[in-house]
Design a protein around this ligand. Sequence first.
Ligand SMILES: [Zn+2]
Ligand SMILES: [Zn+2]
Length: 180
Amino acid sequence: MGSALGNLDTVRFSKVCSSCRDSLPVAYFRQRGRAKLCAWCEYDSPRLRAERRWVDIRRRNREHPDTLAISKEDFVSWYASQPDQCSYCGLTRTEKKTLRVLNRSGRCYVSWDIDRLQPGARGGKYEQGNLALACWCCNYWKSDRYTPDQARVEGQARRRVWDAQLALINRRRPSRRGPA
Ligand SMILES: [Zn+2]
Ligand SMILES: [Zn+2]
């Protein structure tokens, strides 16, 4: 356990963002690590994050265009109106950064997964009333097998793990002001 965290804290935190001054893995900077701002600072607007998500959803559903039954404008305003956190475990965007929550590809994205309450496998579309923001962990766990209510139960358990891990990280993090 200790070594895994040690690895995260030292080896992979190798670049300082010129805006938030956080030391982060190079993978959190766009342009293959050459960007000066970390992705969190670069996408510091719900509108930008929503537009990026829209492009991604459209690309992934280009074979089934009728799956996307919401206009870009409506999608972007829906996204911006949502609390900036996972609907199931309550993870916030800042916590996601602190915890380095990675997704399947081993990268950490600023924007949320777009969960379809009624999953695609059961005919659920991307449309008003069928969408929820989710962290990758909750979205992946829910898949097309569990209901939103079940995902919330699982999310509450995951929330306790996030809280314990956040407490651990905060204890290990040296004070930025240095010793008094
Ligand atoms: Zn930053
Ligand atoms: Zn979650």
